[in-house]
Design a protein around this ligand. Structure first.
Ligand code: SF4
Length: 453
């Protein structure tokens, strides 16, 4: 038997041009199918489609079928027949859609038949049969929002503001105290970004390890579970999304220890961007820095024991008001012990409104410049030794640019813009955003050179 005759089979949508098309929806089957229905409807509603209460009057009908038992199949076929009779423009999806012949044999005039969990196909079929009304806002904004980074990586801001009061910084007075986003909110955004093609998520905030403190680590619903707004819990969930996850602005609070196993397991990149600013306890005290600064070296040693590939990036300030030669020497000695992988160094600059400006005598500019030079000289020798140890190794590299037979990208130890570059010759096609395996042949203090293997 073929479909019941319909007044409008495969005809034009009924809604006037520029009016929101109306969709009638039939959802059959188990809770999983119901979730699928919700997902399709959420997507369509977000695009401006209206829901119709009845089949007639709708621009089309979607029937989400169940094919588990014969009785369920019969019910699904009956629902399709009803939709064809009352409307005539019908899209079938769900479990029965996995056997399209059976349905097509009975109803050859269906607009489309798609299988279970084929959300994109259902939505594409709806777009074709009843295009969404033009909405400049929705049309111009991609689902993942507007991004200023290349398509393959994105910054993910988990909180705003800061509860610390470092004496050289005026961010708290500009942005206020810490305000954390609920974990589910962050995870939804991250998931959208990954779906849109992002391969690397760069977690940022003013103080990433303090995440959730202001909202008392509140739980929020994510997928089938509750996730606490805690640094380690969030990192663990982000690690499940299938992208590289890189943690920035992490201060050495004790609970940072909890993310090291995630790094060792490969869930989160073995990389910590930890702006330490100084190492002499007396200077750190004047800086009013957060975290347990006294035990930094011990902490770093234990992290490396738990995750030998861990790359630590940090920034330091030289010439902080009152910094003595002895304090600076202490910093240099610390640096030689810590052997950090990536280090940036800034000469202290007084920021208008910062309390540091008046706490001690300023260090003369030529002394600041001299200390920066000595600092970078010390670090360059460390970086070069660490980089040379990578020669001969193979490592995954995310490609940022391809030019003249050379792919330029970053290893797990390199964040965009601030760390080194891996330059790799290649023979087979390589595209921006690919993660390729590179064999390292040569090393400089910041960059590595090799070929894609
Ligand atoms: S330097 Fe960082 S941690 Fe310190 S007050 Fe400024 S934003 Fe907060």
């Amino acid at each position: 038997m073929t479909s019941t005759a319909s007044p409008d089979t495969k005809g034009a949508p009924k809604s006037a041009p520029n009016c929101a098309p109306k969709i009638s929806f039939v959802s059959l089957g188990c809770p999983k199918a119901l979730v699928d229905s919700e997902r399709i409807l959420t997507h369509l509603r977000a695009e401006g489609y209206e829901l119709a209460r009845k089949h007639d009057g709708a621009d089309l009908v979607i029937v989400n079928t169940c094919g588990f038992l014969d009785s369920a199949k019969a019910e699904s076929l009956a629902a399709i027949g009803e939709a064809m009779a009352e409307n005539g423009r019908v899209i079938v999806t769900g479990c029965m859609g996995a056997q399209p012949e059976e349905i097509r044999e009975k109803y050859p005039d269906l607009l489309a038949v798609t299988g279970p969990q084929a959300y994109e196909s259902v939505v594409a079929a709806v777009h074709e049969a009843a295009p969404p009304a033009h909405d400049p806002f929705l049309d111009l904004v991609p689902p993942q929002g507007i991004k200023l980074t290349p398509r393959h990586y994105a910054y993910l801001k988990i909180s705003e503001g800061c509860n610390n009061r470092c004496s050289f910084c005026i961010i708290p007075s500009l942005r206020g105290d810490l305000v954390s986003r609920p974990a589910a909110d962050v995870l939804r955004e991250a998931e959208k970004l990954v779906k849109a093609g992002v391969k690397e998520l760069l977690v940022v905030s003013q103080d990433t390890s303090a995440y959730g403190l202001d909202i008392r680590y509140a739980e929020s619903p994510w997928r089938d579970r509750q996730v606490r707004a805690r640094f380690a819990d969030l990192a663990r969930e982000l690690g499940e999304l299938g992208a590289w996850v890189r943690l920035h602005y992490v201060y050495p609070y004790p609970h940072v220890d909890e993310v090291i196993p995630l790094m060792a397991e490969g869930k989160v990149l073995p990389y910590l961007d930890m702006p330490l600013q100084h190492a002499a306890p007396s200077v750190l005290k004047r800086m009013r820095r957060p975290g347990n600064q006294e035990k930094q070296l011990d902490r770093i040693r234990s992290w490396r024991a738990g995750c030998p590939d861990l790359a630590i990036r940090s920034t330091f300030i030289v010439g902080f008001p009152g910094e003595t030669e002895a304090e600076f020497e202490e910093l240099l000695e610390w640096l030689k012990e810590a052997k950090l992988d990536r280090v940036g160094c800034f000469e202290f600059e007084p920021v208008a409104g910062a309390t540091a400006n008046g706490i001690a005598a300023p260090v003369p500019p030529e002394v600041k410049a001299e200390r920066k030079r000595r600092f970078m000289e010390t670090q360059n020798a460390i970086s070069l030794r660490l980089q040379r140890a990578k020669v001969g190794r193979r490592m995954p590299v995310i490609v940022d640019a391809v030019e003249g037979g050379i792919a330029r990208g970053r290893s797990k130890a390199d964040a965009p813009e601030i760390d080194g570059t891996v330059h790799a010759a290649f023979r087979r096609p390589v595209r921006v955003g690919d993660i390729v395996s590179v064999k390292v042949d040569r090393a400089e203090a910041y960059d590595l050179y090799g070929s894609v293997v």
